[in-house]
Design a protein around this ligand. Structure first.
Ligand SMILES: [Fe+2]
Length: 173
C-alpha cells in the first residue's frame, strides 16, 4: 500500500479548489486514521467525528481508531467559529427523535453533544468512549470492507496461485 490507488492524497492543512470554491483539509483521525474534515467558508463536512448532538460521536474502536485522537479531532472542529454549519456523514436518529438530520452547528455541538458537549475533558471522553465502544458489535463486513476501502475500492493483487484473497486475521479479533 503506497497510496497510489488514490487520485490525490492530502496533508493536514492543505487547500484545494472545487470550481472556484476554496476547500481546506483538516486531518481529523480517531474513527479511522484517514478521516478528514473539509472546511469550505462557514461550512464543514466532518465525516465520522461528531454526530447530531443528541446522538454523540463516532465509535473509535475500528482498526487504527483511537478515542484520544477522536477527542483531539473534535476539539479542532469545535474551534471553528460557533456559527459554522457542520454537515454529518451519518445520522441514526436518536431516542425520542424520528426524523433524520444532516446538519448542525459548532455552537449546538459545544452546548449539547451528549458525548463531548459541555466542556467534557479528554479523560472523561476517553473513558466513556472506550467503555461504550466495548459494548458495540463489529459490523459483519468490517474485515473485507477495510481491505477494499484502503485500496480506494480496488481488490488486493492476485497471489502466486493467481487468485485474489480477502483475508481474515483470526488472532486479532
Ligand atoms: Fe465510518
Amino acid at each position: 500500500m503506497d497510496g497510489s490507488q488514490f487520485d490525490r492524497l492530502f496533508d493536514d492543512g492543505v487547500h484545494f479548489k472545487i470550481g472556484n470554491m476554496d476547500v481546506e483539509v483538516m486531518h481529523t483521525p480517531g474513527h479511522t486514521p484517514a478521516c478528514v474534515t473539509y472546511v469550505m467558508g462557514n461550512s464543514a463536512f466532518i465525516g465520522d467525528t461528531l454526530f447530531m448532538p443528541d446522538f454523540g460521536t463516532a465509535r473509535a474502536d475500528f482498526p487504527g481508531g483511537s478515542a484520544t485522537d477522536l477527542y483531539h479531532s473534535i476539539q479542532k472542529i469545535l474551534a471553528l467559529p460557533d456559527e459554522t454549519t457542520l454537515y454529518l456523514c451519518h445520522d441514526y436518529k436518536a431516542p425520542g427523535r424520528d426524523e433524520f438530520c444532516w446538519q448542525t452547528t459548532v455552537a449546538e455541538q459545544k452546548a449539547s453533544n451528549v458525548h463531548v458537549g459541555g466542556g467534557k475533558t479528554e479523560e472523561e471522553f476517553v473513558s466513556f468512549k472506550t467503555a461504550r465502544d466495548a459494548q458495540l458489535s463489529m459490523p459483519k463486513l468490517i474485515i473485507p470492507s477495510i481491505q477494499v476501502n484502503m485500496r480506494a475500492g480496488q481488490l488486493p493483487p492476485a497471489e502466486e496461485d493467481g487468485e485474489v484473497y480477502l483475508k481474515v486475521p483470526i488472532n486479532r479479533l
